[in-house]
Each structure stands twice: as C-alpha cells, then as structure tokens.
Design a protein around this ligand. Structure first.
Ligand SMILES: CC(C)(COP(=O)(O)OP(=O)(O)OC[C@H]1O[C@@H](n2cnc3c(N)ncnc32)[C@H](O)[C@@H]1OP(=O)(O)O)[C@@H](O)C(=O)NCCC(=O)NCCS
Length: 171
C-alpha cells in the first residue's frame, strides 16, 4: 500500500467497478472537453463506462488496475495496464487508462499510480509501458517528467474526428 498525502493507492477490488466507471466519466469530460467536439465528449454515456469497468475488474489476468482513494473511500483516480493495443513493433505493454480528477491533480497521485502499474507490468514480464496521449492535451508533460519520450506520432479517426496522438514510452 502506498500513500500520496491523505490518499492511498491500492489494487482495485471487484466491487470498485461502479465507482471507477463514474470517476472515469468525470475525468473523461474534464480532460478532453475543448480538445474533442462536445458531441464526442457527451456521446460517451454512463453505461459505456459501466460495461467497460464491470468487465475489466473481473479480468484480473488482463493486467494491473489500481485506484487512489481518499480517507472516506472516495476514488480520486485510477489506472490500468495491459497488452499494447496499437501496432507498434518492438513494444508490448500499455498504460491503458490513467486519470486523476481535476481537484486532486498535482498532489503526487499520478506518480504513485504510475509506479503501481509500472511494477505490475514488470512483474508480468512486459518490457515496455507505452502511453497514448492526445497531442493537444498537456498530459505528455507527466511522462516527460518521468524520463519518457515520444516514440511515435500518429493521426487517426476517433469516433468520426481526426486526432493526433503521441506514444510515450517509459522503460
Ligand atoms: C496525467 C495525470 C494522471 C497526472 O496526475 P497527477 O496526480 O496530477 O500527477 P503528479 O501530481 O504525480 O505529477 C507528477 C509530475 O508530473 C507533472 N505533471 C502532471 N501532470 C502534468 C501535465 N498535465 N502537464 C505537465 N506536467 C504534468 C507535475 O507537475 C509533477 O511534476 P513536479 O513533481 O515537477 O511538480 C493527471 O494530470 C490527469 O489525470 N490528467 C488528465 C487525464 C489524462 O490526460 N491522462 C493521461 C492520459 S494518457
């Protein structure tokens, strides 16, 4: 168990799925509003996040999942790792989700959760941890701060919108 101020970072439990889904929807809106059209932001509804997380927390063999919770048990962040989804030859693992609610950012929770997922992925024998970052957002600053660097830039269609992504790698 790790602490970041009053919060603690721990492995997600099966009954966390509903709270993670709610937090994911909140973070999705906070992080990408203004970077993606409103119709894309608002097009992802609660049930989509619920389906995603109900399945994911029951699939512990897919890779590590952790949450950061405050002393009252409210989830302020979450992260997950798993096999790399993009076709990037030579690379294997991915930081699939990684979010801290806006009010709790800048307190070290991201650093603690990244360390949790990184350790879990190394235990599962992944050699690399790749993070896909929407290029217009500032999140790349987090990975650069950890010594990560961009190994690929790609443009693709996301729900009908042309987007640019940077792929950061932290070894
Ligand atoms: C990226 C994110 C998870 C980082 O969480 P956090 O709890 O704020 O991170 P930390 O407090 O541990 O910050 C660690 C360091 O990274 C830097 N950092 C964090 N987020 C940053 C950002 N968006 N831009 C630039 N630097 C950032 C911090 O300044 C800090 O550096 P310091 O120690 O020199 O002050 C959080 O900003 C977030 O949820 N962003 C929105 C969602 C998102 O973009 N997720 C990543 C998808 S790939």
């Amino acid at each position: 168990m790790k602490t970041a101020g009053a919060h603690r970072v721990r492995a997600a439990a099966p009954d966390d799925w509903s709270a993670i889904a709610r937090t994911h929807q909140q973070c999705w809106m906070e992080a990408y509003r203004g970077h993606l059209p409103d119709r894309v932001i608002d097009g992802r509804k609660g049930p989509e996040f619920e389906t995603l997380w109900e399945q994911r927390v029951l699939s512990s063999n897919e890779g590590p999942v952790c949450v950061a919770e405050d002393p009252e048990g409210t989830i302020a962040g979450f992260a997950s790792g798993g096999p790399l989804r993009a076709d990037l030859p030579g690379y294997d693992g991915e930081l699939v989700t990684f979010y801290v609610v806006a009010d709790s950012q800048g307190r070290g929770l991201g650093t603690e959760m990244f360390a949790f997922i990184f350790a879990g992925m190394k235990s599962a024998r992944y050699r690399y941890l790749v993070a896909q970052v929407l290029a217009s957002t500032p999140a790349g600053g987090f990975y650069r701060r950890l010594g990560g660097h961009v190994v690929e830039q790609r443009h693709f269609d996301y729900r009908g919108v042309g987007v640019s992504a940077n792929y950061f790698v932290v070894r």
